[in-house]
Design a protein around this ligand. Structure first.
Ligand SMILES: *Cc1c(COP(=O)(O)O)cnc(C)c1O
Length: 224
């Protein structure tokens, strides 16, 4: 297992070359030694983990921590925020007022301003995390009154069964949501993150305006 990791990274880097897109390597189920090879030999500087426990178990072993951007991309329970608040640059999966309030509380305790993305349930799926697009303005407004939480953009995971055509539509709707909500704040869109696109659909996502792709299996191979 895990052969071809460096070649896989190279291939994705070629695909995004000259584009304003950050490659975040999704490292769930991948052992720290392999992640470190991707960091040290593959030049990876952004990694994403889904689970708090798994992130904590690998964190100390990770290489180049002073240059490494560690993101939490999976659903986060409020009682676990305190374990990761000093370790993550960005929490990509924020989807409730309760979670924002807990991040505010824990970030304030350590004197940090925590950057977050809001996850949007763009396919309206029952089983998925993320908020409905209609409620986005309210949650953004709530974040704006929290002194230690900063809204930096949006994240989505579209339905797995979506066709390329549907994926393209979902991704374009995400881009529009971001533009509309950033415009309301009279901010510069270029300073915001639109995190969308995974192994099988990152090219479609980039076409639609993604500037951060989260790629796991296309780098590390299929997970068991
Ligand atoms: C696992 C995961 C990914 C990466 O999925 P791949 O299909 O392996 O690239 C991206 N984002 C999130 C939130 C994930 O949980």
């Amino acid at each position: 297992m895990y052969e071809g990791v460096l070649e896989n990274i190279q291939k994705i880097n070629d695909d995004i070359k000259g584009k304003n897109v950050t490659l975040l390597a999704v490292t769930k189920t991948v052992p720290a030694e392999i992640i470190n090879r991707a960091i040290l030999e593959g030049g990876i500087r952004y990694i994403g983990e889904n689970r708090v426990q798994e992130l904590l178990s690998k964190y100390d072993a990770l290489a180049k921590k002073d240059e490494l951007h560690v993101h939490l991309i999976g659903s986060l329970q409020t009682n676990k925020v305190k374990y990761i608040i000093d370790k993550v640059e960005l929490i990509q999966s924020v989807d409730s007022v309760r979670l924002v309030d807990e991040i505010e509380k824990q970030a304030a305790k350590i004197g940090k301003t925590q950057d977050i993305l809001i996850e949007v349930n763009i396919g309206g799926e029952q089983s998925k995390g993320g908020i409905p697009p209609e409620t986005l303005p309210d949650l953004i407004r709530h974040v704006s009154i929290c002194a230690h939480v900063r809204w930096r953009g949006l994240m989505c995971i579209p339905p797995f069964s979506a066709s390329e055509e549907q994926l393209s539509q979902y991704f374009c709707s995400m881009r529009k949501l971001l533009v509309d909500n950033v415009n309301k704040k009279l901010d510069n869109i270029d300073s915001y993150i639109l995190s969308m696109g995974m192994s099988h659909d990152y090219k479609i996502a980039i076409e639609a305006g993604s500037n951060m792709i989260r790629v796991g299996s296309a780098i590390f191979g299929n997970r068991k």
